[in-house]
Ligand binder design. Structure first.
Ligand code: NAD
Length: 292
């Protein structure tokens, strides 16, 4: 009986499938790219002529495809690979897709008695190569435990995200941070250089402050996450610094895509009477508006 079927052998999938092969499993792969199929076979995998054939007899079916519509079509069709998936098998979708697509695909598979785990990955193809991905698993905990040995071939940190669909939601939330932070990082370094700073020195400095370390592991734990908004650093002072940076950017002609939006949020906090609170109160304010 086939151990694992792997559909989608692209930048990520090809290395993930290879690591499962190296973990001692039989991996029947399918990709629409012939070059990917040749590489998979060279890596010790088995090739199938279609996704529908790849899944025959597999206990675990992994999809690593570009977008949700492709995952949906491949698995559910019609006709979809699900027609050939054994009842009781587990599909692990590791693609990054919209959580509502994850929910729809899970429901479609459930109608065939096929279980599903959404398990998108953090990090990049560099860690896919070395089997050191961070895997955000959503599903029944017992199902996650059942497939853990295969997940461990691909990742060195597997986190049960708290239920079906939560891996997908975690991944999109994570990527909101990383994609926006990428733009902010570019803005900050560009402004720094425009004002004459040495870029390497700027990176060295910011790697030791909340700028580079991130608020979640520096400022938030002692303050807003403990509901303590007494100021370690006041919102009024934070906005003063942001204003200076915006003015310097204007003078040096560096366009700031994010800073001015952030300034309006600090202004809102001041208008709401939070100027003397800790700057992490920005989160408290946002949460109060959106969640309660
Ligand atoms: P990719 O485009 O390199 O690979 C996708 C593969 O799917 C390709 O080889 C393509 O030929 C194949 N494919 C497309 N349609 C198919 C079909 N109908 N049947 C079979 N194969 C089909 O993409 P990637 O970088 O490997 O990313 C895959 C997923 O992982 C995406 O959702 C991406 O957002 C996510 N992701 C990527 C990274 C990264 O660093 N590249 C990191 C984390 C998550």
């Amino acid at each position: 009986m086939t151990d694992v079927a792997f559909i989608g052998l692209g930048a990520m999938g090809i290395a993930m499938a290879r690591n499962i092969v190296e973990g001692g499993h039989t991996v029947v792969g399918f990709d629409t790219s012939e070059a990917a199929m040749e590489q998979h076979v060279a890596n010790g995998g088995v090739s199938a002529p279609s996704a529908t054939e790849a899944v025959r007899g597999a206990k675990i079916i992994i999809t690593m495809l570009p977008i949700g519509a492709v995952v949906q079509t491949v698995l559910l069709g019609p006709p979809g690979a699900v027609e050939n998936i054994d009842a009781g098998a587990i599909v692990i979708d590791m693609s990054t897709i919209h959580p509502s697509e994850t929910d729809d695909i899970r429901d479609g598979l459930k109608a065939h008695d096929v279980r599903m785990i959404d398990a998108p990955v953090g990090r990049t193809s560099v860690q896919a190569e070395t089997g050191t991905l961070l895997i955000m698993a959503g599903g029944d905990s017992a199902d996650i435990e059942e497939v853990r040995p295969v997940l461990e071939c691909m990742g060195d940190l597997i986190i049960d995200c708290g239920g079906p669909g939560m891996g997908s939601r975690m991944k999109i939330t994570n990527n909101l941070m990383t994609t926006v932070l990428n733009v902010l990082t570019a803005e900050v370094l560009t402004l720094g250089e425009a004002t004459g700073l040495d870029r390497d020195l700027a990176i060295e400095v910011m790697s030791g402050t909340a700028a580079g370390l991130g608020h979640m592991s520096t400022t938030y734990p002692a303050k807003v996450l403990k509901d303590d908004l007494t100021p370690a650093f006041m919102i009024d002072l934070a906005r003063k610094d942001l204003g200076i940076a915006i003015e310097m950017a204007e003078k040096t002609g560096v366009p700031l895509a994010l800073a001015e939006n952030a300034d309006t949020v600090y202004a809102d906090a001041q208008s709401a009477g939070r100027g003397a609170e800790d700057w992490t109160a920005i989160y408290a304010m946002m949460r109060e508006k959106q969640i309660s």
